[in-house]
Design a protein around this ligand. Structure first.
Ligand SMILES: [Zn+2]
Length: 531
């Protein structure tokens, strides 16, 4: 049986941008758009041109991608003509494949919020769809408050949707704007709508205020809707939007949906969904939800006891899907066993094969556990792990000592009378019998320290000239007065290899120093610098 096409519409960059604490730069938006394109969503709603400078500049040029780039905005204001509404004109000028209008569909909102008549609101929908189509854009209409509106006045809510459909809108999207509608209500109402508008022209836009945005999306699909709107990791205002990172694996892996529907997300892209989900968290500097369905670190983690021994014999006994399908990993928290096999696998990866019963494996495992308990994260710091292992095996030469460092931050007026903050670092290093002192100024204290550390390593200097830092991330673990800072640094060199190092301390400079030192020493080891 031929499968029906189901479309995915991502609004991470528009509705997701409403998330408390999230502020996308233009560079963020472009990076996320390309992640979405890699994933295979059909539409990327990138923002609201005219609403802020970042969104306006996003739409100031063509952004070539497989997905349809969609601009969001309002239908023409009541009492104005389409050509005499600057907001609508700006929207029509946006460099986009599609335009998604939002319009009221709840009679109460039309009267109270819009202060206009029901007829004028319908005329505004009609004129706006017509103007966008005349511009050659694909048109969508988000029917705001559709479900609440339908409950209050079904005829009017339907009239709004039908007006856009009759005017040739490709999609009429039913929005649960306040997020309070329950799945059985969504299913009933969408079924009614699909009697009037074909389901392959109907979309669902669900918010997560009763934690059922994903369930509501599926309820709408069961009732006939063929477009799902959502965001990566369920970003969005208040409790968020429907989470596409949960919806996509369900559509691809659960026979009820996989047998009936085809989506544009390939099996290969599905296998990268963990990386995409965590990539977004990294970009936003947010901790990933360990317990997120499908993609969380704990999504396939089983704790000791009968489950774990069963899972070793036959993984399917306690897993609803194979974790590899979504790029996740099975995890057994039978501490020693799982930890040991992880450590052995890592040792093999770096070319240090040890026998599994070698007592040094136990020592390394104990050390990793102790350090991870105080905040180190070796899974995210491959180079620091390698150094830890090689040090234990006596394979890291003693290259140099940092006898002392001093970092200083000063705020003052410069010669032009402008207020400036200047950071300076002094590092005293001993290489063999040679004592070296380096001084550097930097953009911030960590940058100054990094520059001073790498300025003069004496006979080792030639080994680190190609070393550059490509990323620096700080995370405060457990808040309050006992906060500990974890610094993760990514470095690269002339060979193009990337490596990550970690430092942990109550002091951010000290944590950074540890990570910087590991990066330099790692580079010396891998370059084969002599002791
Ligand atoms: Zn919304």
């Amino acid at each position: 049986m031929a499968r029906e096409r189901l479309y995915l519409f991502d609004t991470t960059l528009r509705d997701g941008a409403q998330t408390n604490g999230v502020d996308f730069t233009l560079a963020d938006k472009l990076a996320i758009a390309s992640m979405l394109d890699e994933l295979g969503v059909d539409y990327v709603e990138a923002g609201y041109p005219g609403a802020n400078p970042i969104d306006t500049s996003f739409f100031s040029e063509r952004r070539p991608m497989r997905a349809r780039v969609t601009a969001f905005g309002m239908t023409r204001r009541p009492g104005r003509s389409a050509s005499n509404d600057p907001g609508l004109v700006a929207l029509l000028e946006a460099q986009a494949d599609a335009i998604c209008f939002v319009a009221k569909s709840w009679d109460y909102h039309v009267r109270i919020a819009l202060e206009t008549t029901e007829e004028e609101n319908l005329a505004s929908i009609r004129d706006s769809v017509r103007a966008a189509k005349a511009k050659g854009r694909e048109v969508l209409l988000d029917c705001e408050h559709f479900f609440d509106g339908y409950k209050a006045n079904p005829a009017y809510a339907l009239a709004c949707a039908k007006t856009a459909y009759d005017e040739g809108a490709r999609w009429v999207v039913l929005c649960d704007t306040n997020g309070g509608t329950l799945p059985h209500e969504v299913e009933d109402i969408v079924s009614e709508v699909c009697k009037v508008i074909p389901g392959d022209r109907v979309g669902i836009h669900a918010h997560n205020d009763t934690e059922q945005a994903v369930a509501n999306s599926f309820a709408a699909v069961r009732a006939g809707a063929r477009q799902i709107q959502g965001t990566l990791n369920g970003l969005g205002e208040r409790c968020g939007n429907a989470n596409l990172v949960s919806i996509i694996p369900t559509l691809k892996l659960k026979p009820e949906y996989a047998d009936k529907f085809e989506i544009n997300v390939s099996d290969g892209a599905l296998g990268r969904i963990v990386r995409i989900s965590h990539g977004l968290d990294e970009l936003l500097n947010r901790a990933s939800d360990r317990h997120a369905p499908y993609v969380g670190e704990s999504a396939f983690a089983t704790k000791a006891g009968i489950h774990a021994s069963a899972i070793v014999k036959e993984p399917k006994t306690y897993e609803h899907i194979a974790p590899e399908r979504v790029g996740n990993k099975r995890k057994l928290l039978v501490s020693d066993q799982a930890g040991r096999s992880n450590v052995l696998a890592e040792l093999e990866r770096i070319g240090l094969s040890l026998d599994k019963d070698d007592p040094r494996v136990t020592r390394l495992l104990d050390e990793v556990k102790e350090r991870e308990a105080i905040g180190y994260a070796y899974e995210a710091a491959d180079a620091s792990f390698e150094l830890l292992a090689r040090r234990m095996l006596g394979q890291v030469p003693h290259y140099f000592d940092v006898e002392k460092f001093d970092v200083n931050v000063e705020q003052r007026n410069n010669a032009k009378g402008e207020r400036v903050t200047v950071s300076q670092a002094v590092v005293k290093i001993k290489v063999g019998n040679e004592q070296l002192i380096s001084v550097a100024e930097g953009i911030g204290p960590v940058n100054a320290l990094d520059l001073a550390l790498r300025k003069d390593l004496g006979k080792y200097q030639s080994f680190i000239t190609g070393l550059t830092l490509t990323d620096y991330r700080v995370r405060i673990l457990n808040g309050g007065t006992q906060a500990v800072t974890r610094v993760l640094i990514e470095s690269t060199d002339e060979t193009g290899e990337h490596w990550r190092t970690v430092g942990v301390s109550a002091n951010i400079i000290d944590a950074s120093f540890q990570a910087l030192m590991d990066s330099i020493v790692y580079k010396l080891v891998k370059s084969g610098a002599p002791a």
